[in-house]
Design a protein around this ligand. Structure first.
Ligand SMILES: [Zn+2]
Length: 119
């Protein structure tokens, strides 16, 4: 879904799966268990588009705990300190910071790693 939104806006991207091997220095946020690979030069634009579409999308989803439509996306950026930590992050994540995303209900504070999928 995100892929088609981005492609509509003229952004180069593809979904990385376990069979994709890349040596390009691409940024790769995990989205719904998959990795969305975006050209580094288009990264800022891509995240803005995705944030906007995520927010619209979030309003349509009810909290599994209290059933209010008040889910927010929380983004945590974890930055390593020291040379070895930085090296490890580069090797594991392909970048020098780890971005963790989760969703939290504004009403009851319930936290979700993944959005519930509607049947
Ligand atoms: Zn709630």
């Amino acid at each position: 879904m995100q892929l088609s939104i981005l492609k509509e806006k003229g952004i180069n991207c593809y979904i990385k799966d376990e069979y994709t091997i890349t040596i390009d220095p691409l940024l790769s946020p995990a989205i719904g268990g998959m990795k969305l690979m975006v050209d580094k030069r288009q990264w800022d634009l891509a995240t803005k588009i995705l944030d906007a579409s995520d927010n619209e999308f979030l309003q349509t989803i009810a909290c599994p705990n209290c059933h209010q439509h008040t889910l927010n996306q929380v983004v945590l950026v974890q930055k390593p300190t020291g040379f070895w930590e930085k090296l490890k992050f580069r090797l594991v994540n392909g970048q020098e910071a780890e971005v963790k995303k989760y969703f939290q209900c504004g009403t009851c504070g319930f936290k979700l790693e993944e959005l519930p999928t509607e049947e």
